[in-house]
Design a protein around this ligand. Structure first.
Ligand SMILES: [Zn+2]
Length: 298
């Protein structure tokens, strides 16, 4: 089994949040307040992830650098465990150095997924600054573009009382479809089935063979549609996009909570209830991830 969506909450991640809060707390103090374990050095956190994946029966995982500027932490993790970890990074396309940063992350640091959060960064998907970034992904085959759409709530920001003035209308899967049509060789990933924009995510995936949906998180967005169940979500997604464009993920992030087995259990039950075959489940739980992000030769 592979997990296509986990967050790498490094020391740099917490230091960045502390800076945003502006109270001068250390990483230790912030983690203490959250009652989360301190990550330590990236290499140590990578080791903890590997032990967690081993204990959970997960072979490979994507780890997302979850604040802009934290590519180096994930790069250190994947350099240690290149056969187990695939590095993604959050990028703010409005930053002056966004293009250089993307190029360096993909070429020098070996990261394979650029993560865009248009609602957070207030940059429309059709903005030329986004196109410039996707252009770089397109020039380096093996790089995916992940676009968070729909409802965006960042648990740790809420816990710390950080303002999150997200412009939700910018995260529209139909905007991803426009980009995906322009760059047909780039794999695009829309997490959480569109996080509330399920219909639009399906429309986008139907229109573009290079759009994939990830299944991660508790998918509590299904409450926006009366009567919708996870079984129906899986059944509909597989019927529209086919089993090859669905990527299992948990959205695991901090320790000591660790890998979210409950998310796996719920999705396994839902897929089985939806009548998805064992072969197709194998693709969703691992085969698709290995095809899009093959283990690279050392
Ligand atoms: Zn996530």
């Amino acid at each position: 089994m592979n997990d296509s969506h986990c967050h790498f909450f490094s020391s740099q991640f917490f230091a960045t949040l502390s800076k945003q809060r502006g109270r001068g707390e250390t990483v230790e103090q912030l983690c203490g307040e959250l009652q989360w374990d301190e990550p330590g050095a990236p290499e140590a956190l990578a080791g903890r992830w590997i032990r967690e994946l081993d204990a959970s029966g997960v072979r490979r995982s994507a780890l997302i650098a979850s604040v802009p500027g934290d590519e180096g932490s994930v790069a250190a993790a994947i350099a240690r465990h290149p056969d187990r970890l695939v590095g993604f990074f959050m990028l703010d396309p409005s930053a002056n150095d966004a293009v250089d940063r993307t190029r360096r992350a993909i070429t020098e640091l070996g990261l394979r997924g650029v993560c865009l959060f248009p609602a957070m960064n207030h940059v429309p998907l059709l903005d030329s600054r986004v196109q410039a970034v996707v252009e770089i992904a397109a020039a380096h085959p093996g790089t995916a573009v992940f676009v968070h759409c729909g409802v965006l709530s960042v648990g740790v920001r809420r816990k710390l009382g950080l303002a999150s003035k997200f412009d939700l209308h910018l995260g529209d899967p139909l905007g991803v479809a426009r980009l995906a049509l322009a760059y047909p060789d780039v794999p695009f990933i829309i997490p959480h089935f569109g996080a509330g924009m399920f219909r639009e995510a399906l429309m986008a995936a139907d229109a573009c063979a290079n759009i994939h949906l990830d299944t991660s998180s508790s998918n509590s967005w299904i409450r926006y549609t009366p009567g919708l169940t996870l079984d129906t979500v899986f059944k509909t997604t597989v019927s529209v996009a086919g089993p090859r464009r669905v990527l299992f993920g948990t959205d695991s992030s901090f320790f000591p909570r660790g890998w979210q087995r409950g998310v796996y259990d719920a999705q396994k039950t839902a897929l089985t209830a939806a009548g998805v075959s064992a072969a197709d489940q194998d693709l969703i739980f691992g085969g698709n991830f290995d095809r899009i992000f093959p283990v690279r030769a050392a």
